[in-house]
Design a protein around this ligand. Structure first.
Ligand SMILES: Nc1nc2c(ncn2[C@@H]2O[C@H](COP(=O)(O)OP(=O)(O)OP(=O)(O)O)[C@@H](O)[C@H]2O)c(=O)[nH]1
Ligand SMILES: [Mg+2]
Length: 218
């Protein structure tokens, strides 16, 4: 019995005969042929700052999520006061990919925000060349703890992205720099994690910073 001829790569599969509709072929599933470098980026932040939203906004592939419903066990532990509508939380990781320019693709790994999962950060951070620390400036104390954790466990340069919610007050960057005790060269950028362009701009700022740290000007 001869084997069926194989379809050329990219050919749409034959229609399925079962109840399941055939999966949509996604043009963006494969890396563009122009990509010469890939880099791993860690996206961290306190509970509910918008890490999963951020990776979902920028990713050109369907992001991998590990969301579970928030239960009563969180009451008094995780502060939902400023997060109306938040019903789930990341329990392991988020994953996405963005081709930042024709030759560079970033693989984005998001950490869980709940503190009982922070032990996972060290494993997720392995091989990361940069860290994007997302902060919610309405709840800045959590950001301070996250930065401590990054400095202890992640040996990679980081930038801070301030995620703006509708009631986020305007905070001058220099005040945030002081409040978070950041070094003068650490980038601070504003973003809205639900908006792709501003989120991509935050990644560009991080990538430029990571390159500058690796290859300091002579
Ligand atoms: N308006 C507005 N809402 C946002 C923004 N970013 C996140 N949200 C909302 O805030 C909530 C928390 O967002 P998530 O993306 O789940 O936050 P997270 O940091 O991944 O949360 P954990 O994984 O539980 O730590 C969700 O309900 C989002 O829709 C933003 O920039 N603007
Ligand atoms: Mg999340």
């Amino acid at each position: 019995m001869g084997s069926a001829p194989s379809e050329p790569r990219g050919t749409a599969p034959a229609p399925a005969t079962g109840a399941e509709p055939p999966a949509e072929p996604r043009a963006d599933r494969y890396l563009p042929g122009t990509v010469a470098r890939t880099a791993k980026i860690l996206v961290v932040g306190d509970f509910g700052v918008g890490k999963t939203s951020f990776i979902g906004s920028v990713s050109e592939i369907r992001p991998l999520r590990t969301e579970e419903p928030i239960t009563e066990a969180s009451t008094g532990v995780d502060d939902l006061a400023r997060l109306p509508g938040k019903t789930s939380t990341t329990v392991a990781m988020d994953f996405g990919r963005i081709t930042l320019n024709p030759s560079l693709a970033l693989y984005l790994f998001g950490t869980p925000g709940q503190r009982r999962f922070w032990d996972m950060w060290a494993g997720l951070a392995e091989g990361a060349v940069g860290v994007l620390v997302i902060v919610d400036s309405r709840r800045l104390a959590g950001g301070f703890d996250v930065l401590d954790q990054v400095e202890t466990h992640v040996p990679a340069p980081f930038a801070v992205a301030v995620n703006h919610f509708p009631d986020t007050p305007p905070h001058p960057h220099e005040r945030l720099r002081g409040a978070l005790d950041l070094l003068p060269h650490t980038p601070i950028v504003d973003c809205n994690a639900l908006d792709r362009d501003s989120s991509v701009a935050a990644l560009v700022a991080l990538a430029e910073h990571a390159l500058a740290v690796r290859e300091p000007a002579p």
